[in-house]
Design a protein around this ligand. Structure first.
Ligand SMILES: Nc1ncnc2c1ncn2[C@@H]1O[C@H](COP(=O)(O)OP(=O)(O)O)[C@@H](O)[C@H]1O
Ligand SMILES: [Mg+2]
Length: 340
């Protein structure tokens, strides 16, 4: 098959945040090359289609190529992650079938606060939270449950990949909370999500399927001693030379008793169904007292061979080409059903 593998490029200087944030943005090209190599192995003819600073050349290339299907790995548009949903919508408007979650799901899950509003509405556990938009100040009194459960954690509400997350995100008093909220407002130009800090084991639940969803073996992020805070910080996720990176070790399958594994998988499946995730997704969860607190739903997770999703697929017996083939077949079945 003639398949376009679309991915986004990023400006040399990130539009907001810290210069180091570019490291995660630059990973898309490596991911696209790995997917294309797997597609070639499977007997297909992939073409890499980068999305740069302008949309017109991207559209022109796709129109010229006339791919039978698009493998959509775009995570935003020229440094704007909020534009991730627009690319999926654009492909729909161009009449191009594509892998991955639909535009609405990408938009919903990109907004961590809105996702949590929905989780709460459907009785799925998620840490208590408060969204403080730029220009707003913290309330005089924090909600009861948060006021009595320091520390709290402060995150940008529209980012992913641990962007804006470091040891300083975990705050233990009002002064530190105010200053971290101000940092998110000024450096990331967006609302600060203040959450109850869940001290407990951290897991990733990978989910695959379309309509009928299946959970893959659970991964655990094992925090080694020496970390200032037991969290997946930006350094812990991306900066290979940092002490945090060495001390943040993913393990799959996670050592769990069956009941715990089932609890985590059930929470992930419910969240993915609720938000309309399609083909592949990953849910980040922290478990405390047997309760799976959903931190966020990644409707467009990294599917590079070295990333957590591929590791979970491998633990389920799907090597990398088999994983890519599975995702492709989900899209093909959807195309057949739409045309039937
Ligand atoms: N409420 C919380 N309690 C404890 N740790 C948290 C909480 N929220 C986030 N973290 C830590 O911060 C990391 C990044 O947060 P997450 O919500 O997953 O955002 P991202 O989209 O950047 O991955 C998590 O993997 C976890 O280690
Ligand atoms: Mg996460």
């Amino acid at each position: 098959m003639n398949i376009a593998v679309c991915f986004n490029l990023a400006p040399a200087v990130p539009l907001r945040g810290e210069q180091q944030d570019r490291i995660s943005e630059a990973g898309a090209e490596v991911e696209a090359e790995a997917v294309a190599a797997a597609l070639t192995l499977l007997g297909h003819t992939p073409t890499l289609v980068p999305l740069g600073a302008k949309i017109t050349p991207f559209v022109c290339v796709l129109q010229k190529l006339q791919p039978q299907l698009v493998f959509n790995l775009c995570e935003g548009f020229w440094g704007q992650s909020s534009r991730e949903l627009h690319i999926a919508a654009l492909l729909d408007l161009l009449g191009l079938a594509h892998t991955g979650s639909p535009a609405l799901t990408l938009g919903l899950t990109q907004n961590k606060a809105l996702t949590k509003d929905l989780l709460v509405r459907h009785n799925l556990p998620t840490p208590d939270y408060l969204l403080i938009q730029p220009g707003e100040s913290l309330p005089e009194k924090l909600p009861e449950k948060m006021a009595s459960s320091w520390p709290l954690i402060v995150k940008p509400y529209l980012e992913d990949a641990s962007i804006g997350i470091g040891a300083e995100s975990v705050v233990s008093d009002m002064g530190a909370l105010r200053s971290r909220v101000a940092y998110i407002h000024t450096r990331y130009h967006q609302g600060a999500l203040v959450e109850e800090f869940i001290a407990g084991r951290e897991f990733n639940a990978a989910v695959i399927g379309d309509g009928s969803l299946e959970a893959l073996p659970i991964s655990e992020i094992c925090f080694q001693t020496g970390l200032e805070r037991q969290i997946v910080s930006y350094a812990g996720k991306w900066l290979e030379d940092s002490a945090e990176y060495v001390a943040t070790e993913p393990v799959c399958p996670a050592p769990l008793v069956l009941e715990e594994e089932e609890t985590l998988q059930a929470a992930a499946l419910q969240a993915c169904r609720l938000l309309g995730c399609r083909d592949y997704a990953r849910v980040d969860i922290r478990m405390r007292d047997g309760i799976p607190y959903i931190l966020e739903v990644n409707a467009n997770p990294d599917i590079s061979p070295s990333a957590g999703f591929a590791r979970a697929a491998c633990a389920a017996g799907l090597d990398y080409p088999a994983l890519i083939d599975r995702i492709l077949k989900l899209c093909l079945t959807r195309m057949e059903n739409t045309n039937a």
